[in-house]
Design a protein around this ligand. Structure first.
Ligand SMILES: *Cc1c(COP(=O)(O)O)cnc(C)c1O
Length: 419
């Protein structure tokens, strides 16, 4: 069971709203840091362990910086994400560049800044060799295909567009070694929002065995194995968070048995988790604008799915707290909606909540990953501000809300006169 509480009171948020009108995203720095520390500690047995925060979860430089202070690197998959990581203070060699269908410009910048290039395909290896030149450290992404079951968000590995087959990996490392590449990594990422602890241990086992097989056949030694991201979070109160210590202990056992046991030198373990790093620590705060009763009861918020599209896109559950009504019975059923002209613009359907009225402050939980970052401007909706609830209790605006001028910024109205 996950406990779904908010880290602030109604009075506190009412004060914040005086200077930062709803809707906004607010991130709980203290809880985020505690989680980061727990993850770090769990893997501290592995010398060189590093988490590369997958910035797409919440690409805000302040959050990246907060995590950098816990020695996290950044996992990036596009050119602007690399620049963002750099601007946030992450040195090039602590940027993992895990992209797919990658453009020349992206490879060029990744190499230029000294990022760890994690190749998605054998053809990219030849492409980068020919057009950019091989860096001295290369990582390759494995797709285990039918060997590993996928899950709902990422799908079956054999249907997934990512990664090399087993045979292609042997070919790839042989080629890279022959071309003078000196340092090697191996990666996979086959799950998304996975809550089974054993799933991650099994993935590590597959990678460890694969690393040994590749090493034996090609003579390559691995500097690191990147276990990817995909660690889930308990969106629903009935779900349970993963147990870092359990996962780490299971992986340690396999590391000793397979990596060390079969004569491979010590290697570093990397993770590139995103969701579990920021997801539970972000909240979308909004105000009830209207109530409506027709064939159902509706609560209309001042936030819409452009602020958090997971419920509309995946039918995802996000827990809802009505501030100041935490102890009231959830005895009224509502659809909680935004104001887009799309009927799937709902944060919850048939959700039992306390009776509401206009002006109530509604907090949507677990919006810290793929929340603001998946935002969009459909229906000319403007993206909200992001705030950081600092460990000392103060609130810092870490991204201002968009204005109408921002929305018009890519248009040239003067050009109209020529039509
Ligand atoms: C999205 C992504 C991650 C992070 O996944 P989470 O589910 O947020 O942990 C890591 N690596 C790659 C390549 C990704 O695309």
């Amino acid at each position: 069971m996950a406990i779904k509480k908010v880290p602030f009171s109604k009075e506190f948020i009412e004060k914040v709203i005086q200077t930062h009108p709803t809707p906004f995203h607010i991130y709980d720095e203290k809880a985020m840091l505690e989680n980061a520390e727990k993850l770090k500690q769990a893997f501290s047995w592995n010398k060189g362990f590093k988490e590369f925060y997958a910035v797409k979860a919440a690409p805000n430089p302040y959050l990246i910086k907060v995590l950098k202070n816990k020695d996290f690197g950044a996992d990036c998959s596009s050119l602007p994400e690399i620049i963002l990581a750099q601007k946030s203070g992450i040195p090039g060699n602590e940027i993992m560049f895990t992209s797919n269908n990658t453009s020349l410009k992206e490879f060029e910048l990744a190499k230029e800044v000294g990022a760890i290039i994690n190749l998605d395909d054998l053809s990219h290896l030849y492409y980068i060799d020919k057009n950019v030149g091989l860096p001295d450290l290369i990582c390759m992404r494995y797709n285990p295909g039918p060997l590993k079951e996928g899950n709902a968000i990422i799908g079956k590995p054999e249907e997934a567009k990512y990664g090399y087959t087993r045979e292609q990996l042997f070919e790839g490392y042989r080629y890279a070694k022959q071309k003078g590449v000196k340092r090697f990594g191996l990666h996979t990422m086959v799950a998304s929002n996975e809550l089974s602890n054993d799933y991650f241990i099994e993935t590590a086992e597959i990678l460890f065995n694969l690393a040994i097989d590749i090493s034996k056949e090609t003579g390559v030694h691995f500097e690191f194995i990147n276990l990817g991201g995909g660690i889930g979070i308990p969106y629903h109160p009935e779900q349970t968070a993963v147990d870092y210590d359990y996962i780490s202990a299971g992986i340690k056992k396999l590391y000793e048995k397979i990596i060390i046991g079969k004569g491979h030198p010590e290697l570093k373990l990397y993770l590139e988790a995103g969701r579990v790093i920021t997801g539970p620590y972000g909240y979308l705060v909004s105000t009830v604008q209207h109530l409506k009763s027709t064939y159902k009861n509706y609560v209309g918020l001042d936030a819409s799915m452009h602020n958090l599209m997971r419920p509309a896109m995946y039918g995802a559950y996000h827990h809802i707290t009505v501030l100041g009504k935490e102890d009231m019975p959830n005895n009224k059923s509502y659809d909680v909606t935004g104001s887009l002209c799309e009927n799937n613009d709902k944060f919850a359907i048939d959700r039992n909540l306390p009776a509401m009225e206009p002006g109530d402050i509604v907090v949507i939980h677990d919006a810290g990953a793929h929340g603001h970052s998946m935002g969009f401007n459909y229906n000319a909706k403007l993206r909200s501000a992001e705030l950081l609830l600092r460990s000392d209790g103060s609130v810092k605006e870490i991204r201002r809300a968009e204005t109408i001028d921002d929305y018009f910024a890519t248009l040239n109205f003067e050009g109209l006169t020529q039509l």
